[in-house]
Design a protein around this ligand. Structure first.
Ligand code: ZN
Length: 467
């Protein structure tokens, strides 16, 4: 019996000629790699390929196309929707050796990188030249620019700088048949025909493999003001956001809301040290970045004092050093504690701010009916309309994902929300995409897929099924 998951020896020979044997990882060496940041099981795939240039990626894909070989692209494997998890019949195209920061234009404010460059490395590299790449998220130390493009990554600074789409000026991508599309634009304005790079932003590697990118930079901020504040009502959370955006003259860069039960859970003994009482209904970590340290500090202080005086906030802590600031951020970014009671499902839905409290109530009510003691913790980048929910179903050995999904997504329909705000669809949310997209939209997505990847070899089965 021929095994269905074997790599064609003729294809392997071609790949070895392109990459050299040492950059084709197979067997036990491949199984030593965990599937992803979220899944420690061994990687099962035909092989993992490690090209270093766009030309090599092009050669690899051309041969895979000839042999009808499905390929999944991997960056930092921190994605939250299982989109980069390999199947046993797939080849993995890893960009882990394509990490070059090729050039920094300190006049025009752009950086050109290979797609495997780690986000934090890019952030640090441009800071040395007094520039800032403002995309920022918890996975900054592992995620790659290519993955950020493929998922149109968001994170904590979106309210000021936009998502990856707004920070991307140009890119180079390789199509399923090996064709290289080089669209390395460096200008903010370029309306010369279709903006082809958008085909590869947020399309989760289904239409091509991003190999290089030109990113937009902002001047390095000269001041930073942060605070962790406590609030009694969600209406106050929403009002403080608006007041902060107006009174800080557009310098507000982060506004991260934590529902009280989340804060309470992650600051339990053994967790983060609580800098405020643990029993308020809402907490917000807010931050502003400006260019005039003295004035910026003054303005921020004034906002805090006024908000306290008006009763908008009921408690606040302002970090006095960078390490204190980092400790505050840890409360929001390090939520390992939530995963200690068994399998926990993470969601990234979006909906208008005004509907958030009612929506969260709906979900909690539905969950309480299903599993009376299952926790549901909520945090959010609310200025982006984005909430994250962490749901831990009963730890009884059964997979409850579909039931939790049902409660989270069904409740969303009434508010016109989206099943994914920033993580993408991957395999995980594929059954629910129809909740956010019409049949016509789904069909147009399929048409694009068929036209750019007619054999459906790139990240097949992710986002939607072709039939
Ligand atoms: Zn997020």
């Amino acid at each position: 019996m021929p095994t269905s998951h074997a790599l064609s020896s003729a294809l392997l020979e071609q790949l070895e000629a392109v990459l050299g044997r040492s950059h084709i990882i197979r067997g036990d060496e491949l199984r030593q790699r965990p599937i992803s940041h979220w899944n420690a099981k061994p990687t099962e795939a035909l092989a993992l390929l490690r090209p270093t240039t766009t030309e090599q990626v092009s050669d690899v894909l051309r041969f895979c196309h000839q042999f009808d070989q499905p390929v999944v692209t991997q960056g930092g494997r921190t994605g939250c929707a299982q989109g980069a998890e390999a199947l046993p019949n797939e080849l993995i195209l890893s960009l882990e050796r394509m990490t070059a920061i090729e050039s920094i234009d300190t006049v025009g404010g752009t950086v050109t990188v290979q797609a495997g460059a780690i986000l934090e490395v890019v952030q640090q590299a441009v800071l040395e030249h007094q520039w800032c790449f403002p995309l920022d998220l918890g996975a900054r130390g592992s995620c790659t620019i290519g993955g950020n493009v493929a998922t149109n990554a968001g994170g904590i600074n979106v309210l000021r700088y936009g998502m990856m789409r707004q920070l991307l000026l140009g890119l180079e991508a390789v199509l399923a048949d090996g064709t290289v599309v080089s669209s390395m634009n460096q200008m903010l304005k370029n309306n010369s025909g279709f903006d082809l790079k958008q085909l590869f932003v947020g399309t989760e590697g289904c239409l091509g493999v991003v190999t290089r990118a030109v990113l937009r930079l902002y001047p390095k901020p000269l001041s930073c003001q942060s605070a962790l504040v406590a609030l009694e009502r969600f209406e106050d959370v929403a009002e403080l956001l608006n007041i902060a955006q107006r009174s800080l003259a557009g310098t507000l860069s982060a506004y991260e809301v934590m529902w009280g039960d989340y804060f309470h859970r992650v600051t339990e003994p053994g967790g983060h040290r609580p800098p405020l009482s643990r029993d308020y209904p809402y907490y917000v970590m807010l931050e502003a970045e400006g260019a005039d340290p003295h004035r910026d500090d003054e303005r921020f202080q004034r906002l805090m004092e006024q908000a306290l005086e008006d009763g908008l906030i009921v408690d606040a802590v302002l970090p006095q050093s960078e390490s204190e600031r980092r400790q505050l951020w840890e409360i929001r970014e390090n939520f390992e504690a939530l995963y200690q009671q068994g399998p926990t499902y993470l969601y990234d839905i979006s909906l208008p701010i005004t509907h958030m409290p009612a929506y969260v109530d709906d979900v909690k009510r539905a969950l309480a009916t299903r599993w009376p003691s299952a926790p549901c913790y909520v945090i959010g980048h609310i200025a982006d309309g984005n909430l994250h929910l962490f749901i831990t179903p009963p730890n009884d050995g059964n997979d409850h994902h579909a039931e939790a999904d049902q409660d989270v997504y069904q409740s969303l329909l009434a508010y016109g929300g989206a099943v994914s705000a920033e993580h993408g669809i991957g395999f995980e949310k594929k059954p629910w995409l129809g909740y956010s997209r019409s049949a016509t939209e789904m069909e147009l997505m399929r048409q694009l897929k068929r036209s750019l990847d007619p054999k459906s070899l790139l990240n097949p089965g992710r986002v939607f099924d072709l039939t």
